[in-house]
Ligand binder design. Sequence first.
Ligand code: PRT
Ligand code: ZN
Length: 289
Amino acid sequence: MANGNLKLAIQKKGRLTDNTIELLKRCNIEIDSYDERLLVSARNFKLDLLFLRDDDIPEYVQDGVADIGIVGENVVREKKSDVNIKKRLGFSRCKLRIGIPETDELEDLGKLNGKTIATSYPNILNDFLTKNNIKSKIIEISGSVEIAPSLGIADYICDLVSTGNTLKLNKLKKSFTVFDSEAVLISSFKLELEKEKIDVLSNLIKRIDSALNAKNSKYLMMNIPKDSLETIVKIIPSLKSPTILPLADENLLAVHAVIPADKFWQIIDDLKAVGATGILLIPIENIIL
Ligand code: PRT
Ligand code: ZN
């Protein structure tokens, strides 16, 4: 489809798919239902979506078949792909960790010397071990890595962990973190050749920034006693320039401000203690910086 559209490779079906589609929606990019189709054009943006297995995304982008892609950083690193990480997207976070039998103890990394470790991430694990001057035997397994110790194939495993339930179910526990991962936006170096696509990409990145900023922020509205304004500004460090409005009651002020969403629950008691009332926390759709 040589229509000049920017081609974005995303996971067809898996842990990244819903979050990726949701991010595009928050960027106000409309996509028709794609069902079994491999390629779909966005309705209101110069973007074609290419639906792939996540493992294939870095290579498609590296080779320029797709211009950009959204994939776990773990896959990019494992494939040692020659692509640019343009943006960390903050979703599908997980850790590549060493997992050991519940009954074992692993006090320091040195104890990995001479052990056999099963993993689907031999390259990332090997880089980690080399960096830490550890010599273990790596056994590559493509799936169900967590059963390797009980089958006697390996002493330990190295696998992606998010809640830790899979480890527990297999009588394993988490140990050292080998790699922290999240979804990333990657781009092909070949993109530098095409001016029109670069413009579309920079527009897309602006929208992603705005969507991510909005997700991490909330709009706080509250009424405060006039004389506690200074204290309130100290409670919310990001409150550099709040909007302050007079109220019918001369002793009160209305204060509006954008705050980091994760700070709210830490500061709510402090706000109440200095007399804040009518506290409202409102989601923000977009923040244009
Ligand atoms: O079919 P396709 O090849 O496209 O998909 P896939 O099955 O290879 O990948 P998928 O959809 O399982 O994962 C896609 C990406 O999601 C991964 O590459 C990671 O970047 C990210 N991600 C986030 C995870 C997890 N969390 C995760 N928990 N990928 C896999 N897991 C697995 C892990 O391998 C283990 O089996 O979930 C299990 C552990 O989960 P907890 O919650 O029990 O700890
Ligand atoms: Zn995969």
